[in-house]
Write a protein that binds this ligand. Structure first.
Ligand code: ADP
Length: 340
């Protein structure tokens, strides 16, 4: 494993002082979070640690809803969507007082280190918590959005992409029976990875993504290219985002500027978060879960586990959450060429 930065200070808790590791899942849920919980638990127990499962993200640290975990607590979950630890959004944790209570709970429970599985917000919370108290924290990128810097993929992204592909395949059957423009809104927060790769995977006409919103009029370009000349119907994936306006925003614009088109909007919504995880997600979640325990044993702290070119890496929280992850612009061209 290639450490991006050695983060080891004498004053801080060393591996020898870590006896009990707490795990939590926080923020938006993602498929294969369970595979990650299983891997963290089993790798920790294998290496002689005790494990506690913290319910409902940071809220569990405030309410004290914490369960001792044995290997059997994580049996039969690798294939399940959702998270057995539940997840939540916790406002109190965003205040210094709330984090003080969380720290006191950890002390009372004898939890010496944390593994936080979540997205951008959850890892921001982890970064702040770790800067205020002497707690080793390792993060795992658990989000379908794939928007964390420094990792090629995130836990849940591949499953969500496959769900989008399946949904668009179904829509195509009905779309090709009529002459219509279908706008399909997919998740991704402010990132277009799901929309762009989902469009390529499902053979959609185009994707409207936030990353290039300010430089290109993506809708204008699509219409200008005469997209329906050779086709009965067209499917365009739109990333949910204030920048794109979402599928409804794009539909409004078409109604005003191109009223000749018969447009339909489908918002895929929360089905994108559900379902049994793909093999790829289960494997990356399992590898990252084990890597989180290795990281703690190596004295790493305040890092997210990432994957780059199939190699696991440590990304400091500050980089993972603060830097924008760029999209691969070659994919835009691929989509354009393949949709003629
Ligand atoms: P995600 O992790 O999926 O991006 P959220 O953005 O909702 O989800 O964040 C999940 C939780 O992480 C929040 O409910 C809160 O408890 C914690 N969190 C997010 N941002 C911060 C912050 N700036 N300070 C402290 N905690 C935060």
């Amino acid at each position: 494993m290639r450490p991006w930065r050695k983060l080891f200070h004498n004053k801080q808790k060393t591996m020898a002082e870590i006896k009990c590791i707490g795990i939590l899942t926080s923020g938006g849920d993602a498929p294969a979070m369970n595979a990650a919980i299983r891997a963290v638990t089993r790798a920790a127990i294998y290496n002689g640690f005790t494990v506690k499962g913290i319910m409902r993200g940071y809220r569990g640290l405030i309410t004290g809803e914490i369960i001792p975990f044995k290997t059997q607590n994580v049996s039969n979950i690798v294939q399940q969507g959702g998270t057995i630890l539940k997840t939540a959004r916790c406002k109190e944790f965003q205040t210094p007082e709330g984090r003080q209570v969380a720290y006191e709970t950890m002390q009372r429970e004898g939890i010496d280190a944390l593994v936080v599985i979540g997205g951008d917000g959850s890892l921001t919370g982890a970064r702040i918590f770790a800067s205020e108290f002497d707690i080793p924290i390792v993060g795992l990128p658990g989000t379908i959005d794939n928007d964390l810097y420094g990792t090629d993929t995130t836990i849940g992204y591949d499953t969500a992409l496959n769900t989008i592909m399946d949904a668009v395949d179904k829509l195509r059957d009905t779309a090709s029976s009529h002459e219509r423009l279908f706008l399909v809104e997919v998740m991704g927060r402010n990132a277009g990875f799901l929309a762009l790769n989902g469009a390529i995977a499902s053979g959609a006409e185009a994707a409207i993504i936030p990353e290039i919103m300010t430089e290109t009029d993506q809708l204008g370009e699509l219409i200008g290219n005469g997209f329906r000349k050779s086709k009965n119907s067209s499917i365009v994936l739109v990333a949910e985002s204030e920048l794109t306006g979402g599928a409804m925003g794009v539909a409004e614009r078409i109604k005003k500027e191109y009223p000749q088109y018969d447009t339909r909007v489908t918002i895929l919504g929360h089905i994108q978060r559900g379902g049994s995880p793909t093999a790829s997600d289960r494997i990356i979640a399992s590898r990252m879960g084990e890597a989180a325990i290795n990281a703690l044993m190596e004295g790493q702290r305040n890092v997210m586990i990432g994957v780059q070119n199939d190699e696991l890496v440590y990304i400091p929280f500050t980089k993972a959450v603060r830097k924008d992850k760029p999209i691969n612009r070659d994919l835009l061209n691929t989509l354009k060429i393949l949709s003629i």
